[in-house]
Ligand binder design. Structure first.
Ligand code: SF4
Ligand code: SF4
Length: 116
C-alpha cells in the first residue's frame, strides 16, 4: 500500500490505508445472514465480494498514515501492505465484483442469487 514512488499513488489520498478489508465466510444460514445484516447497520462497514470471496470493508485510517498520506513505517510495513499493488487497487482496478452497502442490498443480493 501507499507506494508513493508510483504516480498513481501520488494523486491518491491513500485510500488503501483507509480501508480495512477482513476476509469473512459467505453467510450460509439465517443466523449468519442476520449477523451480517447487523454489521451493515454501521455506516463504516460494507461488504464486498471478489472472485467469490467475501470481505468486510471497514472504513478507518491506519494509525501510521501521516497527514501527507505517507506511511510512517514504510520500511517495516506489514506484508499485506507490501503485497497491495497499485495496478489492481481501489484507485485503479476492478477490485471487487459486488459491493454491498446496506442490509437491504444484502437481502436483494441473496434473493437474486437464490433465483438462479
Ligand atoms: S489506493 Fe492505490 S493508488 Fe491509492 S495509495 Fe493505495 S495503492 Fe496507491
Ligand atoms: S502500515 Fe503504512 S502502508 Fe500499511 S496501511 Fe498503515 S500507513 Fe498504509
Amino acid at each position: 500500500m501507499i507506494v508513493k514512488e508510483k504516480d498513481v499513488c501520488k494523486e491518491c489520498e491513500a485510500i488503501c490505508c483507509r480501508n480495512l478489508a477482513v476476509p469473512i465466510t459467505k453467510p450460509k444460514n439465517i443466523a449468519e445472514i442476520d449477523d451480517l445484516r447487523w454489521k451493515l447497520h454501521f455506516d463504516t462497514v460494507k461488504v464486498y465480494i471478489k472472485s467469490r470471496r467475501w470481505y468486510l470493508l471497514i472504513k478507518g485510517k491506519c494509525m501510521y498514515l501521516s497527514d501527507t498520506n505517507l506511511c510512517k513505517i514504510y520500511e517495516r510495513r506489514p506484508e499485506v501492505c507490501r503485497d497491495h499493488k497499485s495496478d489492481s487497487c481501489e484507485m485503479t482496478g476492478q477490485w471487487y465484483d459486488k459491493m454491498i452497502s446496506s442490509p437491504e442490498e444484502l437481502d436483494a443480493y441473496i434473493k437474486q442469487k437464490r433465483k438462479r
